[in-house]
Design a protein around this ligand. Structure first.
Ligand code: NAD
Length: 479
C-alpha cells in the first residue's frame, strides 16, 4: 500500500480550490472568468464586545461573500470555536457551487462566530447573537435582497429567530423583513420541513442514487437501501435526521454512530431515536447501554459498512485514514468532510462519493422555499388545497356512482379515498419540491458523469455543472 502520510494535507479553502481546478480544467473558460468564479469576493471580519457575567467579552465573527453573480447571496452561520476566515471562505465557495447545482437563485456566502455555544446560558447566547446580527445587518450582510443567512453547525431555529427579530427592530418599515434569514421556526415566519430538510435531502439523494442500478453497481453495491449498513458521524441536525429517515423509512441499519466523545457500534443496528435522546441528556454517546462503545470514535469511520455518512465537520477523511476506509459509498452530508488528497486516494480505490455540494443541498433548497414564502406573504398550499380536494371528491363521487349504477360492485381499495382526497399542505409541497430538486440535480450531474470521457466521478461532474451555470450567468451580464 502507498504511504500517504508524508504528503502535505491542503487546508479546507485550498482543498475546495483544488477540486474546483480539477473540474474547471475540463471546461473551455477564459482564465479571467475562471479566476472570477474561483475567488472569494469579500470577507468581513468583526470583533465586538458584549457585557457578560460582570465583564466585557470580545467575540470574533465573519461573513464571507464568495460570489454575487446572483443576489441575494445565501449561506449559513456557524457557531464553533474552530471558525476561521479560511473555513468561512471555503464554505462560502461551496455555497456558490451548491446553489448553482440545485438551481436556487442565489450567490454564495457563509458566516461564522468563534464561540462554543455550550459554554453560555440561553439569555447570554441571545445577547451575543443579536449583537453579531446587528453588526452584520448594519453593513447589509443580513438583508432580504442582499444576504440571507441560515442555520449551520451550532445554530438552529432559535438563533435564526433572534436574528430575524434583530433585523426587524433595525428596519421597522421593511415589509419583507422576515425574508432576511431562513431556518426560522414555523410559528415565526419559517416553513414546515426546514429543520429536517438537509437530512431529508440526504435521504432523497440516496433514493435517486439507488434508482440508478448502473451507478449502484459502480459502488459495488446492489439492490435498494433496505438492509444496507450505515455509519454516520455527527448526530446533530443533519446526521440525526438522515440516519432516522434511512432507518425508519428505508429499512437501512445504522451500525455506527460517531460523536465527539467516541462512537457506538452494533451489528444489529442502533436505535437512532434512543441514541439521540441519550446524547441530548448526557452530552455524548458514552454510557449508552444497547451498543458497544468505542473510545477512539474516528476509528469507526474505517468500519465495514455499505454507506458512510460524515455529517459533522470538514477534513475528517484525510490523507491519514483514506486508504483504510472500507465503505464503498460515501455521502458527504457535512461540508468538506473529504480532503482533496483523500478524494484522490478514494477515487483510486473505486469508492463512489456523493459530493457535499449536492448531498447536503436540501437545506438551502428548503431555505429557498422559505424565502419565497416570506416574500409572497402566504403559506404554500393555502389557495389551492381545498379546491384540489373538491376536484378529487368529484372523481371519487363519480366512480362510486358508476359502480352503483352499473351494478359492478366495484369498491375503492382501503385507504385510497383518504390518500387521494387529501390536498397537499405546506409540508407535502415542501417535500415534493425538495424531492424534485434532488432528482433533477442528480440527473444533471449524472449526465456529465456518464456523458463525458474525461469525467470519472460525481464530484467533478457536480463542479462542471455548477461552473458552467455560473459562467453563463456572468456571460449574460456581459463579463
Ligand atoms: P449540528 O451542530 O446540529 O451537529 C453537528 C454534530 O456533529 C453534533 O452532534 C456534534 O456533537 C457532532 N460533532 C462535532 N464535531 C465532531 C467531531 N469532530 N466528531 C464527531 N462528531 C462531531 O450541525 P449540523 O447543522 O448538523 O451540521 C453538520 C454539517 O452539515 C456541517 O458540515 C454543516 O456545514 C453541514 N450542513 C448543515 C446544514 C443545515 O441545514 N444545518 C445544511 C447544509 C450543510
Amino acid at each position: 500500500m502507498t504511504d500517504h502520510s508524508a504528503l502535505k494535507e491542503p487546508g479546507f479553502r485550498e482543498s475546495v480550490d483544488l477540486m474546483f481546478n480539477r473540474a474547471v480544467g475540463l471546461l473551455d473558460l477564459s482564465p479571467g472568468l475562471e479566476e472570477k468564479i474561483r475567488v472569494c469576493n469579500a470577507t468581513y471580519t468583526v470583533r465586538f464586545g458584549v457585557r457578560l457575567r460582570g465583564g466585557i467579552r470580545t467575540f470574533t465573527g465573519y461573513r464571507s461573500v464568495h460570489s454575487e453573480h446572483m443576489e441575494p447571496v445565501k449561506g449559513g452561520i456557524r457557531f464553533a470555536t474552530t471558525v476561521n476566515q479560511n473555513e468561512v471562505e471555503a464554505l462560502a465557495a461551496l455555497m456558490t457551487y451548491k446553489c448553482a447545482l440545485v438551481e436556487t437563485p442565489f450567490g454564495g456566502s457563509k458566516g461564522g462566530l468563534c464561540i462554543d455555544p455550550r459554554e453560555y446560558e440561553e439569555h447570554e447566547l441571545e445577547q451575543i447573537t443579536r449583537r453579531f446580527a446587528y453588526e452584520l445587518a448594519k453593513r447589509d450582510l443580513i438583508h432580504p435582497s442582499q444576504n440571507v443567512p441560515a442555520p449551520d453547525m451550532g445554530t438552529g431555529e432559535r438563533e435564526m429567530s433572534w436574528i430575524a427579530d434583530q433585523y426587524r427592530r433595525m428596519n421597522t418599515t421593511d415589509i419583507n423583513a422576515n425574508a432576511c434569514v431562513t431556518g426560522k421556526p414555523a410559528h415565526a415566519g419559517g416553513i414546515q420541513g426546514r429543520v429536517e430538510a438537509t437530512g431529508r435531502g440526504v435521504q432523497y439523494a440516496l433514493h435517486e442514487f439507488f434508482r440508478n442500478p448502473e451507478d449502484v453497481a459502480l459502488a459495488n453495491l446492489k439492490g435498494k437501501l433496505d438492509g444496507k449498513r450505515v455509519v454516520v458521524q455527527g448526530l446533530g441536525n443533519v446526521g440525526y435526521h438522515a440516519a432516522k429517515f434511512l432507518n425508519e423509512e428505508d429499512g437501512a441499519l445504522v451500525t455506527g454512530i460517531i460523536e465527539r466523545d467516541g462512537a457506538l457500534v452494533s451489528d444489529k443496528g442502533l436505535d437512532v431515536e434512543a441514541v439521540h435522546h441519550w446524547i441530548t441528556a448526557h452530552g455524548g454517546v458514552k454510557g449508552y447501554a444497547d451498543a458497544t462503545y468505542v473510545e477512539n470514535g474516528l476509528s469507526v469511520l474505517e468500519a465495514e459498512c455499505d454507506i458512510l455518512i460524515p455529517a459533522a465537520v470538514e477534513g475528517v477523511i484525510n490523507l491519514g485514514n483514506a486508504a483504510r476506509i472500507k465503505a464503498p459509498l460515501i455521502i458527504e452530508a457535512a461540508n468538506g468532510p473529504v480532503t482533496a488528497g483523500a478524494d484522490d486516494i478514494l477515487r483510486q480505490k473505486g469508492v463512489v462519493i456523493i459530493p457535499d455540494m449536492y448531498a447536503n443541498a436540501g437545506g438551502v433548497t428548503v431555505s429557498y422555499f422559505e424565502w419565497v414564502k416570506n416574500l409572497s406573504h402566504i403559506r404554500f398550499g393555502r389557495m389551492q388545497r381545498r379546491q384540489e380536494e373538491a376536484r378529487h371528491q368529484l372523481i371519487v363521487d363519480e366512480l362510486e356512482r358508476l359502480s352503483k349504477d352499473t351494478g359492478t360492485g366495484w369498491t375503492l381499495s382501503p385507504g385510497f379515498k383518504d390518500k387521494y382526497l387529501r390536498g397537499a399542505g405546506e409540508l407535502e409541497l415542501v417535500r415534493s419540491g425538495l424531492d424534485d430538486t434532488m432528482r433533477a440535480a442528480y440527473q444533471s450531474m449524472r449526465e456529465v458523469w456518464h456523458g463525458r470521457d474525461d469525467v470519472t466521478d460525481l464530484r467533478v461532474a457536480a463542479y462542471v455543472v455548477a461552473i458552467q451555470r455560473i459562467a453563463s450567468s456572468y456571460r449574460a451580464k456581459g463579463l
